[in-house]
Design a protein around this ligand. Structure first.
Ligand SMILES: [Zn+2]
Length: 102
């Protein structure tokens, strides 16, 4: 596992335990407190989804599939997602779990 991915993973676990820290924690990649977390869910089952966890400042982040969505999680369904403006749900560079140099 790459070091940077591990940092993001640790940050995700921390935020899951303490959601209020999301706005204050520094980004693992650039150090700015600009982290965002959004869960994309099926409209039929809002408890399982894809976690999009990224930084609004450097537009880097990670992506986890089939995670259980916490009660406090900000959700968007796959249908709604198409209607979400791109500034709300920007594209970002996905940090892979491993790199070729590992
Ligand atoms: Zn950043």
């Amino acid at each position: 596992m790459s070091e940077i991915y591990e940092k993001w993973l640790r940050e995700y676990i921390r935020v899951e335990k303490d959601p209020r820290s999301l706005r204050t924690r520094p980004c693992p990649s650039c150090g700015q407190p600009a982290l965002r977390l959004l869960f994309v869910v099926h409209k039929t089952d809002r408890s399982i989804g894809w976690a999009k966890f990224w930084c609004d400042n450097c537009r880097k982040g990670v992506f986890f599939s089939r995670v259980s969505v916490p009660d406090w999680g900000e959700r968007v369904t796959m249908e709604e997602r198409r209607a979400v403006p791109s500034e709300e749900l920007p594209g970002y560079e996905i940090i892979p779990p491993t790199t070729y140099s590992d």
